[in-house]
Design a protein around this ligand. Structure first.
Ligand SMILES: CC(C)(COP(=O)(O)OP(=O)(O)OC[C@H]1O[C@@H](n2cnc3c(N)ncnc32)[C@H](O)[C@@H]1OP(=O)(O)O)[C@@H](O)C(=O)NCCC(=O)NCCS
Length: 144
């Protein structure tokens, strides 16, 4: 089994990347196609996990400043959640952050994803925003 974690490259790969983000993080709340994208996608770093060239999991990393970076739009295909793909993406992000001397990773976790981030040693900081009037988020952080 060949696992690769890298940015999408071809037009087809980018389409699959945004489709996964849309299907997991927007469509269940009846958001329109296109709502999965934002201007930060131009400058954000994109991590996509391919297993035998099939896309399984994604996340975006925004560099906030010299010391801090933020994970956004973390998503794993529904049928293959809880199989370690999310963790692999987060560890790749952490290693990348260490390599560029970032010392803190922050993120706004959906309530349902808090145990996932806690398992990776992220600490709850505070309650943050409510998305689509129903998805409570919590700010979490980790020193790396
Ligand atoms: C949350 C999400 C990214 C986690 O990725 P994943 O591939 O499913 O998680 P992993 O298999 O890598 O989990 C690693 C560890 O996290 C913990 N964990 C993950 N999901 C958990 C849950 N629902 N409850 C408790 N612990 C959980 C476990 O310790 C797990 O290890 P284990 O399966 O050996 O017990 C993924 O399930 C997902 O995309 N969910 C829907 C979208 C979403 O909520 N995205 C996050 C937005 S902030």
């Amino acid at each position: 089994m060949e696992i690769e974690i890298r940015s999408p490259k071809s037009e087809v790969e980018w389409e699959q990347y945004y489709s996964l983000r849309y299907r997991i993080l927007r469509q269940p709340w009846n958001q329109p196609r296109g709502s999965e994208r934002n201007e930060g996608d131009e400058i954000g770093l994109h991590f996509a996990l391919y297993e035998n060239e099939i896309l399984k999991a994604i996340a975006r990393l925004d560099i906030n400043d010299e010391k801090s970076a933020q994970v956004r739009f973390m998503a794993v295909e529904t049928e293959i959640q809880r199989k370690g793909y999310g963790k692999q993406v987060m560890l790749a992000i952490e290693n990348y952050c260490k390599s560029i001397s970032i010392s803190e990773i922050v993120l706004h976790a959906r309530e349902i994803a808090i145990p996932f981030y806690e398992s990776l040693d992220y600490q709850l900081v505070e309650k943050s925003h409510l998305l689509f009037n129903e998805i409570q988020h919590h700010l979490m952080s980790k020193k790396v």
